[in-house]
Design a protein around this ligand. Structure first.
Ligand code: ATP
Ligand code: MG
Length: 563
């Protein structure tokens, strides 16, 4: 799916596909797949793979399958299956009728294993896991052949059949490919194809007590589905010889081409389901959809749009070399998108009461405010104004430093869409000295924010009428980690957790139009950033908003410097 009118950047995978089409390979078909293992929620790294696979297929009149690689029942759950479909749809992609499960192929895969045994290319091994590891050798040393390698086909068939029937305990036997214990590629040293595991599977229930290994199931699932281009991340490059070996030895009709690309890494976060699961299980975050998480459900709850994520995936491109993408780019893509379409509103996050002494008591005015200066078609709305308002605490300084153009004793500023006000006095708490209230006067001639005498003010600040304010909780999220690569040393990524990754502000006061804010709507709180309703915790009598992203665009600065 190409976004309106833009041509996706050319990359080496597109080049391979274009070449295949030119040569008439695969009878001109392009079939890709996105193959998640349902052992966690999808993250932004998966989004890269989803966008790539679905877009390549669509741009070449092909199809992209969604296939669950559900061969390891120990870690897989139905909750994950559901979340994956929801997230892929939300990103804007459609697998149509092509939803598959590797577990649907268990019988076929079993038959393929039997076929390999018959061809003398697989054997049942009685070594235990430790022994297999010892026999495997190292990168510099050849492995040793298993003493069970030369079992007869008959004996292998019998043992494998009995493995399936459940005659043996877990670990008693494994089915292994018979390849080459001296291969320079460890994956080719008689890798395991099937293991005994007495665990019920979320789909096949108790039908099986042996399960295929990923490498065996994956290539065959691709072949069964007629995948033409099997696109995966670089860590599978060393598995490609095995992928091809299995398909070649079985002389399958359809032999997909595996193509590897570099996985996405983003600074200040981790992108591994195992580590994300640890964050969830150990309570470092509130769940997979915590707005600080790099999961698609977390990003959605945070206020990310599918458009911004697709734009991000397009911009980072596809390459063969690992790299670290600056998280500021992701934020930049969101700002670019929301700037076009977010409704502008006013919300005060750290309130300070202001009484406008000369404004008539009991008077309320409905002032016109522009919904989005970037898109005047979005119209205007009315915002109520009255004698007592909240402004942002940081918009007042009793002793203003140079270049502070906001409110200070004797200073005049513009209240957005309202009036010029001048500060005449600040009231302090007698005990603590904290400023608790300001007194100001307003100039009735400046309604709408302009002075008829042409006098200028340097500062414009936002405000909310106390009488009409909606009380809300606002959550500000920062990076989850304090280090650009938190898992550089595998052992202690937890020690780099940012202890201040979430800041909860309450009470905050918002303009009344936000009472009806929907959880899938996007707002800009003027001068504060982009915000959305928290889809989980917000209630109509207890509003909760998340800041999706601040207005400060560090990426734009980086880009400018680079030019
Ligand atoms: P993780 O390492 O996060 O556990 P995974 O690779 O084990 O991820 P899978 O469910 O097997 O997760 O991934 C499904 C697909 O998404 C695979 O094709 C995988 O290569 C791709 N993928 C996973 N992580 C990334 C990433 N960071 N960047 C790009 N593609 C990714
Ligand atoms: Mg995986």
């Amino acid at each position: 799916m190409t976004q309106e009118g833009t041509t996706p950047a050319f990359n080496f995978i597109r080049a391979i596909i274009a070449d295949d089409l030119k040569k008439g390979k695969n009878a001109g078909r392009v079939v890709t797949r996105f193959p998640p293992e349902p052992n966690g929620y999808l993250h932004i790294g998966h989004a890269k793979s989803i966008c790539l696979n679905f877009t390549l297929a669509a741009d070449n009149k092909g199809v992209c399958h969604l296939r669950y690689d559900d061969t390891n029942p120990e870690k897989e759950e139905v909750e994950y299956i559901k979340s994956i479909q929801r997230d892929v749809k939300w990103l804007g992609f459609d697998w149509g009728k092509h939803l598959y499960y590797a577990s649907d192929y268990f019988e076929k895969l079993y038959n393929c294993a039997v076929e390999l045994i018959k061809r003398g290319k697989a054997y049942v091994c009685s070594l235990n896991a430790d022994e297999i590891r010892d026999y495997r050798g190292t990168l510099t040393e050849a492995g040793k052949e298993s003493p069970y390698r030369d079992r007869s086909v008959k004996e292998n068939l019998d043992l494998f059949h009995r493995m399936r029937k459940g005659e043996f305990p877990d670990g008693a036997y494994v089915l292994r490919a018979k390849i080459d214990m001296a291969s320079g590629n460890l994956n080719m040293r008689d890798p395991a194809l099937y293991r005994i595991k007495r665990i019920a599977h979320h789909r096949t229930k108790d039908a099986w007590c042996i399960y295929p290994m990923y490498d065996f199931a994956h290539c065959l699932s691709d072949s069964i589905e007629g995948i033409t281009h099997s696109i995966c991340t670089l860590e599978f490059e060393d598995h490609r010889p095995l992928y091809d070996w299995i398909l070649d030895e079985l002389q399958v009709e359809r032999h997909p081409q595996q193509i590897e690309f570099a996985r996405l890494n983003i600074s200040y976060t981790v992108l591994s389901k195992r580590k994300l699961l640890a964050l969830v299980n150990e309570g470092h975050v509130g769940g997979w959809d915590d707005p600080r998480m790099p999961t698609l459900s977390g990003l959605r709850r945070r206020g990310y749009t599918p458009e911004a994520i697709r734009d991000f995936c397009e911009r980072i491109g596809v390459a063969k070399r690992e790299s670290l993408v600056d998280t500021a780019l992701l934020a930049h893509c969101l700002r670019e998108d929301l700037n076009k379409r977010a409704l502008r509103v006013m919300g005060v996050l750290r309130p300070l009461r202001v009484v406008i002494d000369n404004y008539p008591e009991g008077q309320i005015e409905e002032l016109d405010a522009i919904n989005n200066p970037e898109d005047l078609n979005m119209g205007t709305r009315k915002v109520p104004f009255s004698r007592v308002i909240y402004i942002e605490r940081e918009d007042f300084r009793e002793d203003p430093p140079q270049k502070f153009f906001r409110l200070a004793p004797g200073r005049e500023v513009r209240l957005r869409y309202a009036y010029f006000i001048t500060c005449v006095n600040c009231v302090k708490d007698e005990k603590t000295g904290e400023i608790i209230e300001l007194h100001c006067t307003y100039d009735p001639a400046t309604k709408g924010g302009d002075a008829p005498d042409g006098r200028k003010v340097k500062g414009t600040i936002h405000w909310v009428s106390v009488l009409h304010a909606l009380k809300a909780e606002v959550r500000l999220c920062e990076h989850l980690f304090t280090q650009p690569i938190p898992d550089e040393e595998e052992a202690d990524f937890r020690s780099h957790l940012n202890q201040n990754s979430i800041q909860v502000l309450k009470p905050c006061y918002l303009e009344p139009s936000l009472q009806s804010a929907k959880s899938d709507a996007y707002y800009q709180f003027e001068r504060q950033g982009y915000f959305c309703v928290d889809s989980v915790d917000s209630k109509s009598n207890a509003l909760v908003f998340n800041r999706s992203v601040s207005l400060r665009d560090t990426w734009a600065k980086i880009e400018k410097k680079g030019k």
